[in-house]
Design a protein around this ligand. Structure first.
Ligand code: SF4
Length: 133
């Protein structure tokens, strides 16, 4: 059997969490609090690098850089929306953020779906108002 080699960024050598229980950083399945993991991250010397890495790689699990997956997702969406201006290709946006172009394409699809839903609701409200008038 061959094991896949996993590359770790250099900053992981200074990670404060190497001295903590790993379970602290994966509280979701057990519904445990994230407070203790966030406290470890708050005193970690590589918190910024860790958070940037987790956002860039779209890490779906656990506390990284002091943030939950939901918090990282919100940060990534905000950054994508800020950088994804007219005329930039998904590859250009991805290069600026440091993420995979598929992440940009997926966010664009989300924005389109949200805009379409808003338009649908607006039309529905207009129709109701016209019937009531
Ligand atoms: S910020 Fe938190 S998860 Fe990231 S390396 Fe430091 S202690 Fe570990």
């Amino acid at each position: 059997m061959t094991l896949l080699a996993v590359e770790h960024p250099d900053w992981m050598l200074d990670a404060e969490c190497t001295r903590a229980k790993p379970e602290l950083f994966y509280p979701e399945p057990a519904g445990r609090s994230v407070t203790e993991a966030k406290a470890v991250c708050a005193r970690c010397p590589v918190q910024a690098e860790c958070l940037a890495w987790a956002i860039r790689t779209n890490e779906p699990w656990g506390i990284w850089g002091g943030q939950t997956p939901d918090e990282r997702g919100a940060a990534l969406r905000a950054e994508l929306d800020r950088v994804d201006t007219l005329g930039r290709s998904s590859a250009e946006v991805a290069a600026i953020i440091g993420c995979h172009p598929r992440v940009v394409v997926r966010r664009r699809a989300q924005r389109r779906a949200i805009a379409e839903e808003r338009e649908r609701l607006r039309a529905e409200a207009t129709s109701i108002m016209q019937r009531l008038a």
